[in-house]
Write a protein that binds this ligand. Structure first.
Ligand code: SF4
Length: 327
């Protein structure tokens, strides 16, 4: 009989919304193994909102950017945890946890194979530690009211048909896909309702010409709109970003455009789904699937293969995306 834990803390302070989504299988697997446990999560805003209404989670606390280790220490002072699992290793956070003496796993990044998806790797390590059983993909829980509001918001701009939602905001220049205007034109030309999600950077004038904008909303509102897309058989298209991961986590079919990150590690296509991951320039010698932040192109989007921007993103053509979308 495996040991059970009563007070569990999951620390995910990697900083990205997508990082938190990739950590959700850890949260849910620990909850399944330890029914009735008080399970709390320490993460950043605004991702914490994704855990609201999650029956597996007792409480969520957020850390200020730049004060993460202090937040970990404060949380460990606040509750007498008997198990702590952390995805996060910077700023001596593992030492802060390990010094408290409870059972803990603080290195979920040890020896990652280049072809094992991050979430599955987390679970494999925890299973080897005897702490969890099987893997289930990331899931975000929405209330019936949220789902109804999401459906209404979607219907306002796409009253019929299978919506194709474009998520051009890349968050980082190295993930910018240069073909959004051409894709929007092609989707609109085929008569499918095309919608665009505002992001960073904001979509250009092409968006207004060829796609309705989804009304601005908070993260849970966006997740609810994606859930409505799923219910109507639509698809969400975007690069390797948090919002596209949220779409997959509420059941929407996704077409992921992967450039600097390896789809083998960061892909969204779970077995048994119709999600598609498209990898640009799969043979790029500069890509480091298990150490993306050390890639020459990562922080400044300076691609040694092209003066015009990330060659791998440009390499994913509109025709391939359209085929994957299936319009
Ligand atoms: S070096 Fe260029 S082509 Fe290679 S992963 Fe980075 S941006 Fe993509």
């Amino acid at each position: 009989m495996p040991e059970r834990y009563r007070r569990i803390l999951v620390v995910d302070l990697l900083g990205g919304l997508g990082d938190l989504v990739m950590a959700l299988p850890v949260v849910h697997a620990l909850a399944r193994r330890n029914p009735g446990a008080a399970l709390r999560v320490l993460t950043h805003a605004p991702g914490d909102a994704l855990l609201r209404h999650d029956p597996a989670v007792t409480g969520v606390r957020t850390a200020e950017k730049g004060r993460e280790r202090a937040a970990v220490a404060a949380e460990l002072d606040r509750h007498p945890y008997d198990l702590v699992v952390s995805t996060t290793r910077y700023d001596d956070i593992p030492a802060e946890i390990e010094g408290r003496g409870m059972r803990c796993v603080t290195d979920l990044w040890r020896g990652p194979p280049p072809d094992e998806p991050v979430s599955r790797r987390y679970l494999r390590i925890l299973r080897d530690e005897g702490l969890v059983d099987g893997y289930l993909p990331p899931q975000v829980q929405l209330t019936p009211d949220e789902r109804a509001r999401g459906a209404a918001a979607l219907a306002e701009h796409a009253p019929r048909g299978r919506p194709v939602v474009l998520v051009p905001g890349a968050g980082m220049a190295v993930k910018h896909w240069p073909h959004w205007p051409a894709l929007a034109r092609a989707v609109a030309a085929r008569g499918e309702p095309a919608l665009v999600v505002a992001g960073d950077p904001a979509p250009g004038p092409w968006a207004d010409a060829h796609a309705h904008r989804l009304p601005s909303t908070d993260l849970r509102g966006l997740a609810a709109s994606f859930a409505a897309v799923a219910e109507r058989g639509g698809v969400v298209v975007g690069p390797d970003t948090g919002p596209v991961r949220v779409a997959a986590a509420v059941g929407a079919r996704t077409v992921g455009i992967f450039g600097p990150t390896a789809a083998t590690r960061y892909g969204l296509a779970e077995p048994g789904t119709r999600a598609v991951d498209l990898q640009g320039l799969p043979g790029c010698p500069h890509r480091r699937p298990t150490a993306i932040t050390e890639q020459v192109c990562w922080w400044e989007a300076r691609c040694p293969l092209s003066p015009d921007g990330p060659a791998c993103m440009a390499d994913v053509g509109v025709a391939a995306v359209l085929e994957a979308v299936g319009v």
